[in-house]
Design a protein around this ligand. Structure first.
Ligand SMILES: Cc1ncc(COP(=O)(O)O)c(C=O)c1O
Length: 396
């Protein structure tokens, strides 16, 4: 049999994938599973977006332009303007999800063996995108004790080598839920200017900022126009994960021209989904107000319930819809599997994501899990109770 590539062999599996067979078996055994492990919101997609596709009368489902439809890009630029981000449609390339925007960003600015510094824990698929792009992630540890705030800037600086091309942040963070302050963005801005690096900001959770905090984008920071690359997506904003539409935004013309060549090679982002995404931009503010209120309520419920469990440490998130939780156990991988295989309360159990997969430093985060609060409050209370009772038995 011919061999697969070294790169193919090195591609990481999703950190929760190894738990899927256990979840499938639990379902076959008749158990109900509370899924705290995935970032698929249960929030309804705005009707206006669904109707736009339903009411279409197209004769040909054609390609769009490689950079995305012009009307859509103009409307995205308007949306950014409302969010105090000054860009034009020429600064935007529509992509197949934020995922493709990340791949285009990596491909446009880094060569094989180049390095990107990322605060960890980080969105696990950054590992896959880096392997696919032949580049290396250099992690800088952020700590649960600090709520996963930006590590001291000196820690980043120590890691900069001749191979370093970029710093990547996720704001607000998956899996941490941490929302970077303007001051933290400014510290990063000074650093990337000093060392002439790119600053990639994955801002797909921008709308999800809580407790009166306002999201501050790298695109708002003056003086780093040639350094900043923003990654965005409709997936979480409008609960449209299946649309597969995102975008790459930069004021750096060379970055855009380069990313466009990657976009041309794959011809076009999805046409139906761009129509839905364009319509979604008309979603009224009341939709977001209700969604944010719902997530804040869920977060408060979740944190309250978790803090009642002895030995549990939680970083209080002020954005996105995830949190990292430290449990009084040694190995969260084993605990997560045990929950699915060997534990239930009245036929119900919980699926969580072991957090070690969100770190690239070995042996860090082994006793941590990521919880996505994408279930209603009642389910969250039940799910945390299951974890609480499970810990009592697991630890004996
Ligand atoms: C931090 C982060 N970035 C990017 C993505 C990619 O999302 P999509 O490709 O659906 O836009 C996700 C999806 O969960 C994410 O959590």
């Amino acid at each position: 049999m011919p061999n697969i590539s070294k790169k193919g062999g090195a591609m990481p599996e999703s950190p929760i994938r190894k738990l899927v067979p256990y979840a499938e078996q639990a379902i076959k055994d008749g158990k109900t599973i509370y899924h705290l492990n995935i970032g698929q919101p249960d929030i309804k997609t705005p009707q206006i977006a669904l109707d736009a596709v339903k009411n279409l009368s197209l004769d040909i489902l054609a390609y769009s332009r490689s950079e995305g439809s012009e009307t859509y890009r103009i409307k995205i630029a308007n949306y950014y303007e409302k969010n105090n981000i000054e860009v034009t449609h020429d600064d935007i390339i529509v992509t197949t999800g934020g995922s493709e925007a990340l791949l285009f960003a990596f491909g446009s600015i880094m060569d094989a063996d180049d390095e990107v510094i990322i605060p960890e824990p980080f969105y696990a698929n950054y590992n896959g995108f880096s392997t696919a792009s032949g580049i290396n992630i250099v992690p800088v540890i952020s700590k649960i004790e600090d709520n996963f705030a930006l590590p001291p800037i000196e820690e980043f600086e120590k890691l900069i080598t001749s191979k370093t091309k970029a710093i990547l942040i996720c704001n607000p963070g998956n899996p941490t839920g941490y929302l970077y302050s303007q001051e933290e963005i400014q510290k990063l801005a000074s650093l990337v200017k000093k060392h002439d690096l790119f600053l990639i900001a994955d801002e797909v959770y921008r709308e999800f900022a809580y407790d009166g905090h306002k999201h501050y984008s790298v695109m708002q920071e003056p003086g780093i126009e040639d350094h900043a690359i923003m990654i965005d997506s409709v997936s979480k904003r409008y609960s449209m994960c299946g649309a597969r539409v995102g975008c790459l935004v930069s004021k750096n013309k060379t970055v855009i021209q380069t990313a466009l060549k990657f976009a041309q090679a794959r011809l076009s982002p999805p046409t139906f989904a761009q129509i839905a995404s364009e319509a979604a931009l008309e979603t009224p503010q009341s939709y977001f107000d209700a969604v944010i209120e719902e997530y804040v309520g869920r977060r408060n419920t979740l944190i309250n319930e978790l803090e009642k469990i002895e030995g549990v440490k939680v970083a209080k998130p002020n954005g996105a819809f995830y949190c990292v939780v430290e449990l009084p156990i040694k190995n969260a991988d084993h605990f997560a599997q045990w929950l699915l295989e060997d534990f239930n309360i009245n036929g119900e159990t919980v699926m969580v994501a072991p957090a070690a997969g969100f770190y690239s430093t070995p042996n860090v985060g082994l006793n941590q899990i990521r919880i996505a609060y994408v279930l209603n409050k009642e389910s969250l209370i039940k799910a945390v109770n299951i974890i609480k009772e499970a810990l009592k038995i697991y630890n004996n």
